[in-house]
Every structure is written in structure tokens, then in C-alpha cells.
Design a protein around this ligand. Structure first.
Ligand SMILES: CC(C)(COP(=O)(O)OP(=O)(O)OC[C@H]1O[C@@H](n2cnc3c(N)ncnc32)[C@H](O)[C@@H]1OP(=O)(O)O)[C@@H](O)C(=O)NCCC(=O)NCCS
Length: 208
């Protein structure tokens, strides 16, 4: 299954039935010598250091070293051909209906050379390979993600994300992040199945 845009695409020539070009030719990449790979435990220190350097101004959500180690399997890193770490991103899977791109960051010395794009495309490929129907993210830089056909959505359409992070966030009443998604937005009933709700508790009582 190919992830298709949530809303109408910007280009009149684009058709939602066309596959999103997740694999541009090498020549189209600004830095063809960059590569991605799944993170290993030995990458956790570099990942933590880079994410931490972007948390002081709330650009990124803080992730502890222990949390990164615990979730290392969700991270992908981008590195040079000589193996120098330059960036990372994580794909958090809520279920087949939804995954989220988190903690995407590239070393400032290497930004604007295509590494961020490579990370996004790699994570979208991972989601597609797992037949995940929708990929979401919360961001303050929607212009970057619009390059990959992410569209702005109402945050209420992503209850998994809201329940996982937003309700615990100190900035939840003054949040300036924009919710974006690509693919088929989750059915709200399906999403709520992942968290016990009052309605489901009532249903269980009726069965008893
Ligand atoms: C966002 C980030 C990962 C992008 O990585 P990058 O390697 O610089 O991105 P690329 O070089 O692949 O850029 C791809 C395109 O996006 C544009 N772009 C890059 N950063 C952008 C930004 N902050 N806002 C808008 N557009 C941006 C580039 O100009 C480029 O456009 P072009 O192809 O028309 O020239 C990087 O800027 C970063 O680490 N920022 C700090 C952490 C952060 O904000 N993460 C996002 C949290 S949701």
C-alpha cells in the first residue's frame, strides 16, 4: 500500500493515485553519499546528545538516555559514507492505523544538505513496508514536511498522540505545534481502542 496525501496536493498535476516518490534517483539527492540505517545501542549516546541540544528552546521534546536506549529499535540514523553520525529520527508505531515521526534532527553543521529529507523518506518507507495507513507528526516547521506531502490536520483527529504526549505536556494549553499527517486518517473508534475509555468500560459492564 502506498501512503497517499490526506488532502488535495498543491500541484495540479499531482494525482493521489500516483505513488509518492519515496526513492528519488541518487542524482536528485543533494548529498548522495549519505546513508541511513537502523540505530544500534551504541548510537544512543550520540542520539541523546543531538536531541538534547535542541530541547532547551523546546524545538524537540526531551528524551532521556534511558528512554532512547529503551526505544532504540524505533530510531533510524543518517551518517556519512565513512560512518560519521549526523542525524536521527524515530518512527513510533501506535498500530497499523498510525505511526508518528518523532525526534527528527540533523547536526546543524550538516543541515540543508539533504539529510533530513533522507530521514523522512526512510521512515515513510518503513511505515509503508509495515502497511501502516497513516503517518503523523507535530511540528513548528510545517514547510519542511510539506515537501513530503504531509498536510495540516486537526489534532483531534490523532487521539493516540494526544493521549500519549499532549495530556502530560506542560504546554498543552499553549501549544504552538502544528499537527500534520499523510495517508488515511485513523478511525477515531479504532484509535480509542488502544486506550480504555468510559464507553468501553460501560460495554464491559453490560456483558457482565
Ligand atoms: C528540520 C531538519 C531535520 C531538516 O533537516 P535538513 O537536513 O536541513 O533538511 P534538508 O536538507 O533535507 O531540506 C529539505 C528541504 O527542506 C527545507 N528545509 C530545511 N529545514 C527547514 C526548516 N526548518 N523550515 C522549512 N524548510 C526547511 C530545505 O531548504 C530544503 O528545501 P529545498 O529542497 O527546496 O531546498 C533540520 O533543520 C533540523 O534538525 N532542525 C532542528 C530540529 C527540528 O526542528 N526538528 C523538527 C522537529 S518536528
Amino acid at each position: 500500500m502506498v501512503l497517499s496525501p490526506v488532502l488535495e496536493p498543491p500541484s495540479p498535476s499531482f494525482s493521489p493515485s500516483l505513488p509518492i516518490p519515496l526513492h528519488p534517483p541518487e542524482s536528485e539527492l543533494k548529498t548522495p553519499l549519505l546513508r541511513t540505517r537502523k540505530a544500534q545501542l551504541h548510537d544512543a549516546g550520540a542520539i541523546h546528545h543531538l536531541i538534547d541540544s535542541f530541547t532547551h528552546d523546546n524545538t524537540l521534546l526531551s528524551r532521556s538516555y534511558a528512554e532512547i536506549c529503551d526505544n532504540i529499535h524505533t530510531f533510524t540514523i543518517v551518517e556519512t559514507s565513512s560512518g560519521q553520525f549526523i542525524g536521527c529520527a524515530a518512527l513510533h508505531v501506535y498500530g497499523q492505523h498510525l505511526a508518528e515521526i518523532r525526534s527528527i534532527v540533523v547536526d546543524p553543521k550538516t543541515q540543508k544538505t539533504g539529510a533530513g529529507s533522507l530521514l523522512v523518506r526512510t521512515l515513510l518507507d518503513q511505515a509503508e513496508a509495515r502497511r501502516i495507513k497513516c503517518v503523523c507528526l507535530f511540528t513548528r516547521i510545517p514547510a519542511f514536511f510539506q515537501h513530503f506531502y504531509f498536510r495540516v490536520v486537526e489534532r483531534q483527529t490523532l487521539p493516540d498522540k494526544v493521549r500519549k504526549d499532549c495530556i502530560h505536556c506542560t504546554r498543552r494549553n499553549a501549544c504552538d505545534e502544528i499537527a500534520m499527517a499523510i495517508g488515511e486518517l485513523p478511525d477515531s473508534l479504532l484509535a480509542s481502542n488502544f486506550y480504555p475509555s468510559r464507553r468501553h468500560a460501560d460495554l464491559v459492564q453490560l456483558q457482565l
